[in-house]
Design a protein around this ligand. Structure first.
Ligand code: HEC
Ligand code: HEC
Ligand code: HEC
Ligand code: HEC
Length: 278
């Protein structure tokens, strides 16, 4: 079937059409390829990312707040990072119930929101039934067991399925992806989770990181700290690519350049300039 031999660029094109149709209100765009932002781009950067290039992108939309003429987002022209949002909660959904491991927040998640991952996944959006468009048990047969094997698909996501760069050889695709319900993630106990809640899967093996994340000392969240206040949480996959964790660790952002000096000041190190002396 030629659908299996399609070029990954075509799928990205298909994805952008879906995004333009389905998500234009949010102005979110996504690409499975990581494209580093070039420092001295002639074109202004209008596709910026929130935590990690290629994993949490937002496209600048002009005049998103017509009353004030604001765009939805302001992108750094040097790093491509988001500098400012008109509304950081746009496009978010309730985070849902959290496993209570190490809960020091006493369940204060009633107004916790996340940005859903499903609309951002290339292969989830190739057809009307998500991954099951192909993984329906017929077009792509249900795998017989969880044993690693070479697969002839998804090389854009995992280059070589026998050399998965996560878990140092201890885990494989079907330790995270459900064999029978491909639209869901699965943990080792068989609990299924939505792609929008990856922290539940990651937390099943990385308990300590999960506890830290829940407590607010790992990852990122913004919003109100008042009990019951609205807060947006960044989920694990907005920062970590689950397929390349060991080779492709978190890329730290480059700092922004310093602001322009006030008029008349020639050196920011003012204490050592002549003007500073008496
Ligand atoms: C265009 C069709 C297509 C779509 C859509 C698709 N897959 Fe696949 N996938 C395949 C094919 C074909 C194979 C098996 C290749 C082989 O056996 O060599 C495969 C294999 C896999 C495997 C290896 C285990 C297995 O079942 O053989 C995983 C994991 C996987 N896909 C995950 C996903 C996820 C997750 C999605 C949705 C986000 C998805 N796929 C969507 C075609 C597809
Ligand atoms: C540690 C758990 C884990 C393992 C192991 C894993 N995946 Fe995934 N996979 C995920 C998660 C989580 C996502 C959703 C990523 C996101 O939110 O950006 C995903 C997404 C995908 C997608 C959809 C990506 C897209 O943009 O459309 C495919 C295809 C896929 N995985 C295939 C595989 C294959 C093939 C293997 C084995 C060679 C594998 N995965 C191993 C957790 C895993
Ligand atoms: C089935 C168990 C399992 C699941 C589920 C799982 N991991 Fe892992 N992960 C591992 C193992 C095993 C290692 C290798 C640990 C080592 O070498 O010390 C690892 C390594 C990592 C590392 C690299 C650690 C380092 O110090 O280099 C990161 C980051 C990571 N995982 C993130 C995630 C994220 C994000 C998810 C959810 C999408 C996830 N993991 C889900 C088992 C898992
Ligand atoms: C806002 C971004 C962000 C989010 C969200 C995030 N992490 Fe991390 N994580 C990092 C950074 C940065 C590091 C530092 C190490 C590096 O360079 O990869 C890290 C390190 C790790 C490591 C390596 C071991 C360690 O403790 O240093 C693991 C495992 C891990 N994270 C798991 C998770 C899990 C599980 C989640 C979700 C519950 C998560 N992370 C959410 C940014 C994030």
């Amino acid at each position: 079937m030629d659908i299996f031999h399609r070029n990954s660029r075509i799928s990205l094109l298909a994805l952008s059409c879906i995004l333009v149709g389905g998500l234009s209100a949010y102005g979110i765009a996504y690409s499975a390829e990581e494209k580093p932002v070039e420092a001295h781009n002639a074109q202004p950067v209008t596709d910026c990312f929130e935590s990690r290039i290629g994993y949490s992108s937002v496209t600048r939309v002009e005049n998103a707040v017509p009353e004030y003429g604001y765009p939805n987002v302001k992108c750094s022209q040097t790093t491509g990072g988001v500098l400012w949002w008109a509304d950081p909660f746009v496009g978010t959904v309730p985070m849902g119930e959290m496993p209570k491991i190490g809960d020091i927040t006493h369940g204060d998640f009633s107004n916790a929101v996340v940005r859903p991952r499903e609309p951002l996944l290339t292969y989830f959006n190739l057809g009307p039934n998500g991954c099951k468009t192909c993984h329906d048990g017929k077009i792509v047969p249900t795998p017989k067991n969880k044993k690693p094997r070479l697969i002839s698909m998804h090389q854009d996501i995992v280059n070589n399925s026998l050399e998965l760069m996560h878990g140092r050889g201890a885990i494989w695709c079907l330790d995270c992806h459900s064999a029978t319900n491909r639209n869901h993630l699965v943990d080792r106990e068989g609990n299924e989770f939505s792609f929008n809640q990856p922290q539940k899967l990651c937390g099943s093996c990385h308990g300590e990181n999960y506890i830290d994340w829940r407590a607010g000392v790992h990852g990122k969240r913004i919003g109100s700290w008042v009990k019951g206040g609205k807060k947006r949480w960044w989920v694990c996959t907005e920062c970590h690519n689950p397929h390349t964790v060991q080779v492709n660790r978190f890329n730290p952002l480059k700092p922004e350049p310093p602001p322009a000096l006030p008029r008349g000041m020639k050196n920011a190190n003012y204490e050592r300039t002549d003007e500073g002396k008496h």
